[in-house]
Design a binder for this molecule. Structure first.
Ligand code: E4P
Length: 217
């Protein structure tokens, strides 16, 4: 499983990238708004050092396919690594079809059913992003969705669309997604840190120091 970071915070992206644990990044209008910075400038700054796929979403109030296509082309022109993130709607699918025919990579977001994932793949999506945590939030098992999509995609080898497990809330989500064989998990910085740290590692480091000091100090 590959990891993307799910944030628009450049410091967090840089930090995870420097550790060698991520190879891409996903943003959305909420994450961009949280940083309070210019959208295009933020995406450009990320693209200045991250040499992997960077998802930039069409604006929250863009609903017509024609507008998504225009905005998608602008996002794609920022860097060869840009991926245009498009919501799973009828208009969104039309935009995905046009953009993918132009060679522009797309990430269909807000996927909450396997049928949505299959249709997005057929429209030409490079990635689909099923939202795990938001399903869990409403007492529906998000992991079943990931497993269903993986099962269906594996029956049809001609589907090249990669699955990005999104709305990841904790390390157990990551483990469970990895077991399904999903291609990518996009993980918030906080969860990446939770995945790195273990109390027994910290205790082990202290014990090594203590034992060493006892003899060599
Ligand atoms: C995915 O690309 C989305 O940006 C993200 O995973 C949404 O996560 P949330 O449900 O925690 O907002």
């Amino acid at each position: 499983m590959k990891f993307f970071i799910d944030t628009a915070n450049v410091e967090e992206i840089r930090s995870a990238y420097d550790m060698g644990i991520i190879c891409g990044c996903t943003t959305n209008p909420s994450l961009i708004a949280k940083e309070g910075r210019d959208y295009v400038e933020t995406l450009k700054e990320i693209a200045s050092f991250l040499d992997g796929p960077i998802s930039g979403e069409v604006k929250a109030d863009t609903v017509k396919a024609e507008d998504m296509i225009l905005e998608g082309r602008e996002i794609a022109s920022l860097s060869p690594n840009m991926v245009v993130k498009i919501p799973m709607t009828e208009e969104g699918l039309k935009a995905v079809k046009v953009l993918s025919k132009e060679g522009i990579k797309t990430n269909v977001t807000l996927i909450f059913s396997a049928t949505q994932a299959v249709l997005a793949a057929r429209a030409g999506a490079t990635y689909v992003s099923p939202f795990l945590g938001r399903l869990d939030d409403i007492s529906s098992d998000g992991l079943i969705l990931i497993q269903d999509i993986m099962d269906i995609f594996s029956v049809y080898p001609e589907i090249e669309t990669e699955v990005i497990c999104a709305s990841v809330r904790h390390p157990v989500h990551v483990i469970e997604c990895a077991k399904t064989g999903a291609d990518i998990a996009t993980v918030p910085f906080k969860v990446l840190k939770q995945m790195i740290h273990h109390p027994l590692t910290d205790i082990g480091i202290e014990k090594f120091k203590e034992d060493y000091r006892k003899v060599f100090s």
